[in-house]
Ligand binder design. Structure first.
Ligand code: SF4
Length: 345
């Protein structure tokens, strides 16, 4: 096992194993449509060719790289299959093309026996698909595990010094803002190294699609989802936990709508969350000052300009209306931290 490798922003070589090792299909899930990868189990040769092919996109020689097994329940595969996939990856580790291996898995498949299978391999990071910490919501999503499974799994991974990520969803059937926030609080207590937050969308050919059609499930709106994910993001930030993704990864099938029937998918979901945070901050500082009717100048770090502006200048328009001012200028200032802003009047 590799402990404490340089896992910040590694180059990720994804290997999608749609539904491999899953005991059943959870109501919101259809990995075939999100990953655009067919459901057949990939042969080891194919996995090796995929890794080779993807590594060609790595331009920065000094950047570390990791093979990532996603889209299924890695530790739910049979022992030989787990070892086979790790053995293929090891070849690249030996050549120094890859530094470490990561995967995502269900909390109820993380136990001492399964962790023993992988203990001699350079696995650095394990992501737990928790989705919710509310047993009622987990039952409605037909997850087949409890919140205590996630608590136990996180403790085991910590004991074995794995970098640990936790994935949660927002807007699952039976979930409201309070349940979702309480999930965020419970996950925060587990102190993972990072989290991913996904709004629930209705994927074609999922059980949720059927429930959506017969009126049993109504997805959250984009606005509601962004507002909730913002609260969760701020909570994790306060706890010093990195949020490495908000919203589904944009993919051709998602963007074309081919894979999604309904729900709060937006290719710039994370950007929208950050923009709302900047809007809240701007409103707070502008409320505290006497603003001239002619206009105001907001300064932000150059990398935060588009977050401050919002999609299609939405934040600028809102601020102008709210404070009855003619113009708002947003200027870059690299002396300002990336998550802060300064008002010049
Ligand atoms: S959510 Fe995870 S465990 Fe459930 S079907 Fe999808 S990949 Fe499998």
């Amino acid at each position: 096992m590799i402990n404490a490798v340089s896992t910040h922003h590694p180059f990720i070589v994804p290997v999608f194993l749609p539904h491999a090792g899953c005991p059943h299909q959870c109501v919101f899930c259809n990995q075939t449509s999100i990953t655009g990868t067919p459901r057949d189990i990939l042969s080891m040769e194919k996995v090796e060719t995929n890794i080779h092919g993807f590594l060609k996109y790595k331009r920065d020689y000094h950047r570390s790289a990791q093979v990532a097994f996603y889209g299924g329940n890695f530790l739910g595969l049979d022992k030989d299959h787990i070892k086979g996939l790790l053995n293929v990856s090891i070849k690249f580790v030996k050549n120094k093309d890859i530094e470490a291996i990561r995967f995502s898995t269900r909390p109820d498949t993380i136990d001492a026996d399964r962790l023993d299978i992988i203990k001699d391999y350079p696995v650095s990071t394990i992501e737990i698909g928790a989705q919710s910490m509310d047993d009622r919501v987990l039952a409605e999503a037909k997850r087949g595990h409890l919140a205590t499974d996630t608590q136990r799994a996180a403790a085991l991974l910590r004991e074995r010094h794995y970098e640990t990520g936790i994935q949660m969803m927002v807007g699952l059937p039976g979930e409201d803002e309070e349940s979702s926030l309480s999930t965020g609080h419970c996950i925060g207590e587990l102190a993972p190294d990072f989290v991913r937050i996904y709004p629930a969308v209705v994927l074609k050919d999922s059980r949720l699609a059927k429930w959506y059609r017969n009126g049993r499930y109504r997805p959250w709106s984009l606005e509601r989802s962004v507002a909730q994910v913002k609260k969760l993001y701020l909570h994790f930030k306060k706890k010093g936990i990195r949020v490495i993704r908000m919203g589904l990864q944009a993919a051709e099938d998602l963007d074309s709508g081919a894979a999604i029937l309904a729900g709060p998918y937006h290719p710039a979901f994370g950007h929208m969350v950050h923009s709302e945070i900047f809007l809240d901050r701007a409103v707070a500082v502008m409320k505290a000052e006497r603003i001239s009717k002619d206009g105001a100048v907001l300064k932000v770090h150059p990398r935060s300009i588009s977050k401050m502006r919002g999609l299609n200048n939405k934040n600028v328009d809102i601020l102008k209306k709210r404070f009855h001012i003619q113009s708002i200028q947003i200027l870059p200032d690299s002396s300002i931290p990336e998550d802060k802003l300064a008002l010049e009047i």
